[in-house]
Design a binder for this molecule. Structure first.
Ligand SMILES: Cc1cc2nc3c(=O)[nH]c(=O)nc-3n(C[C@H](O)[C@H](O)[C@H](O)COP(=O)(O)OP(=O)(O)OC[C@H]3O[C@@H](n4cnc5c(N)ncnc54)[C@H](O)[C@@H]3O)c2cc1C
Length: 320
């Protein structure tokens, strides 16, 4: 019996969530007295996973699976779970994995709990803690099926190193033509930018920035921090920034380690999307702005004065 994880990668390299899943699965495996198996798709070097407690890797190398195809990936994961007699399958909460999780759960007749935060509260009965109501509440969910599928909320567990001696196997799942009902024709990537979904740090601007001509401030701070840039909804509605940067209830969710909100009031719909970020910093001229109530650190001041000073200090700090 093992715990199966889907170790996500992009262009052959593991994403950070793969290491978080491995770290998490290792701890669950210890509690259940089992081992951790990872399934990978078209990765070049799987050995890195050993550092985070993975015992075995099933490597799928199939040119047909170079682009993410939910049904085909789900079929492969389901076959791997059966092969390994996995009773717990752990996926992340990225867009791709959220899409996959329910397909995998259905094909395994498994109960599925999304937004899981932390280790199981109990393994018998199997209960997990989950985020609910846009991260404003937690609930305890019991999964009663023999096989359980968990969707781990991003950044909820962290990356923990623990060694394992890794065995690697090629895995050849049966993939049918009918798995390719949806085909990605082309992908256009914003080059040289950190994507919001993968970012550890996000610098976000709101209407307080006054206009698109001032976005250099956000971009300069993001550049010095190696961060992704984001914005509030009105900013993208006004066409100051692309819609892909809009975060919140109706935009992208952000689970960064550090979220810096500049000139954003902190409306409930904005907070709903960034609530699961670990450390929230707000820079706002109005001390009564609602964002200060949910922030870990707050600077009351004019962004046009504060941000350039912050950039300057960070540059000096980095140079040291
Ligand atoms: C159904 C629905 C869904 C929505 N979904 C979303 C969503 O997903 N994401 C989202 O963001 N919003 C969403 N909204 C909109 C949301 O309610 C707010 O209107 C929006 O978040 C406000 O954006 P803002 O904070 O950038 O602008 P404002 O509310 O105009 O706030 C600007 C802030 O900048 C500050 N400021 C001004 N000048 C400066 C300065 N020089 N330096 C520093 N600070 C300054 C002000 O004090 C103020 O707090 C939604 C609304 C609805 C009704």
């Amino acid at each position: 019996m093992s715990i199966l994880i889907y170790a996500e990668s992009a262009e052959g390299k593991f994403k950070k969530v793969a290491f978080e899943l491995a770290s998490y699965a290792k701890k669950v495996a210890e509690a259940l007295g089992s081992t951790v198996t990872a399934i990978t798709f078209n990765t070049t070097d799987a050995s890195e996973l050993a550092k985070y407690g993975v015992d075995k890797v099933l490597k799928v190398n199939n040119p047909k699976l170079t682009s993410f195809t939910a049904k085909a990936y789900a079929d492969a994961i389901q076959q791997a779970a059966k092969n390994e007699n996995a009773k717990v399958v752990v996926l992340s909460s990225t867009t791709d994995s959220a899409y996959l999780s329910s397909l995998v759960a259905v094909s395994l007749d498994a109960g599925f709990a999304s937004n899981v935060v932390g280790l199981p509260v109990s393994t018998s009965p199997f209960q997990v803690k989950r985020n609910a109501f846009s991260n404003k509440a937690f609930n305890i969910t019991e999964i009663t099926t023999e096989v359980k599928v968990l969707g781990l909320a991003k950044n909820s567990f962290g990356i923990v190193e623990s060694s394992a001696s890794l065995t690697e196997e090629d895995f050849l799942p049966t993939i049918n033509d009918s798995d390719f009902g949806i085909k990605i024709e082309s992908t256009e990537k914003a080059s040289g930018k950190v994507s919001i979904a993968d970012a550890d740090i996000v610098v976000s601007g709101g209407r307080g920035l006054k206009g698109p001509e001032n976005w250099g401030l956000i971009e300069d701070l993001a550049a010095v921090l190696g961060a992704a840039t984001a914005c509030s909804k009105p900013v993208s509605d006004l066409g100051w920034r692309p819609h892909g940067e809009h975060v919140g209830q109706t935009g992208k969710p952000v689970s960064a380690n550090l979220y810096i909100a500049i000139g954003i009031s902190g409306a409930i719909q904005h907070i709903a999307g960034i609530n699961s970020s670990k450390v929230k910093v707000v820079i706002n001229i109005d001390p009564e702005a609602p964002f200060f109530k949910v922030a870990d650190y707050g600077i009351v001041g004019d962004a046009f004065e504060v941000v350039p000073k912050l950039i300057e200090k960070l540059k000096v700090f980095k140079a040291q």
